[in-house]
Ligand binder design. Structure first.
Ligand code: ADE
Ligand code: ZN
Length: 320
């Protein structure tokens, strides 16, 4: 039995497996520039975050209907459950769909259709976190935020910030995060993946985030590490992603041991599992193997994942 765990850093669009991509392409009359799944998989040779994002956004062309989004989420839940995931706080990128003419309601209601049955079918509870693309304008984020109000406190429980990091500092999104706080939404942001430690500090100071997604580069700033420990700010690490996007050279070089030694609240997640070679349990297994992690450390990481979640205290305690 895999360790029960929560997944806190997972882009639902990043769970689009090549087989499902081709099936949806056929159903929706979309032509992909790859002959078959093998050729598509061969394109997953990324050199950095942007090289991944280019393919990730291009492949979203196959996602068009509520049913497509429901199938995507259902496939994720089945895979995640098999790897011990009992709770998932799932990112989605509304602007990547609305920009293609897919209405927000199609995305949220489609995902919701599968997620609403997640506990009953797979024993996985879920939350949805709407991410803004940081390489799009602050105005676009605000428009997206306002359009999503009907789902606040219902299907949508938080906001995040993702896409190309360098050159798009958190402060650009000050106003949308202010409105989110006012609306009672949770706030997280990708920071310190490719961008500098200063973006982590800025996400805390200006956006008021409760968790940092990735946060790898916090180690470059000892005062920041001290603060993250003191304030118990969780980091949602994604080891296989870090290797595939060349943020670290190999898993054996992953800074998880230094992060744990510093007393940080680290969690292990899959980011975009269809592209990076594994789901949550695969990330645990690969880390354990590469770094020689003992069972106690793996249990700590699993406990941290519930601790760092947005579940109410009593549900967290029940899952621990
Ligand atoms: N969107 C999907 N995966 C991402 C990642 N690892 N970093 C930034 N944006 C993303
Ligand atoms: Zn991510």
């Amino acid at each position: 039995m895999p360790l029960p765990k929560a997944e806190l850093h997972l882009h639902i669009e990043g769970t689009l497996e090549p087989e499902l991509a081709f099936a949806l392409a056929a159903r929706n009359g979309v032509t992909l520039p790859y002959a078959d799944t093998e050729e598509l998989r061969r394109a997953y040779a990324f050199t950095d975050l942007q090289s991944f994002l280019d393919l990730y956004y291009a492949l979203m062309a196959v996602l068009r209907t509520e049913e497509d989004f429901a199938e995507l989420a259902e496939a994720y839940l089945a895979r995640a459950a098999a790897q011990g995931v009992r709770h998932a706080e799932i990112f989605f990128d509304p602007q990547a769909h609305t920009a293609r003419g897919v209405p927000l309601a199609v995305v949220v209601d489609g995902l919701g259709r599968a997620l609403d049955r997640g506990e009953e079918r797979h024993g996985v509870s879920t939350r949805l976190i709407m991410c803004f693309l940081r390489d799009e304008s602050a105005e676009s984020a605000l428009e997206t935020f306002e359009a999503a109000r009907p789902w606040f406190g219902g299907r949508i429980t938080g906001i995040g910030l993702d896409s190309a990091e360098v050159g798009h500092p958190p402060a650009k999104f000050r106003e949308v995060y202010r409105r989110a706080a006012e609306a009672g939404l949770h706030r997280v942001a990708h920071a310190g993946e490719e961008g500098p430690a200063a973006y982590i500090t800025e996400a805390l100071d200006v956006l008021g985030v409760e968790r940092i997604d990735h946060g790898l580069r916090c180690l470059e700033d000892p005062a920041l590490v001290e603060r993250l420990v003191r304030e118990r700010i969780p980091l949602t690490l994604c080891p296989l992603s870090n290797v595939r996007l060349r943020c670290v050279d190999t898993l054996a070089d992953h800074p998880l041991p230094a992060i744990l030694d510093a007393g940080l609240l680290a969690t292990v997640n899959s980011d975009d599992p269809a592209y990076f070679g594994g789901y949550a349990g695969d990330n645990f297994d690969a880390l354990a193997e590469a770094l020689g992690l003992d069972d106690e450390t793996l249990r700590l990481l699993a406990a941290n994942s519930f601790q760092a979640s947005f579940l109410p205290e009593e549900r967290r305690a029940a899952l621990l």
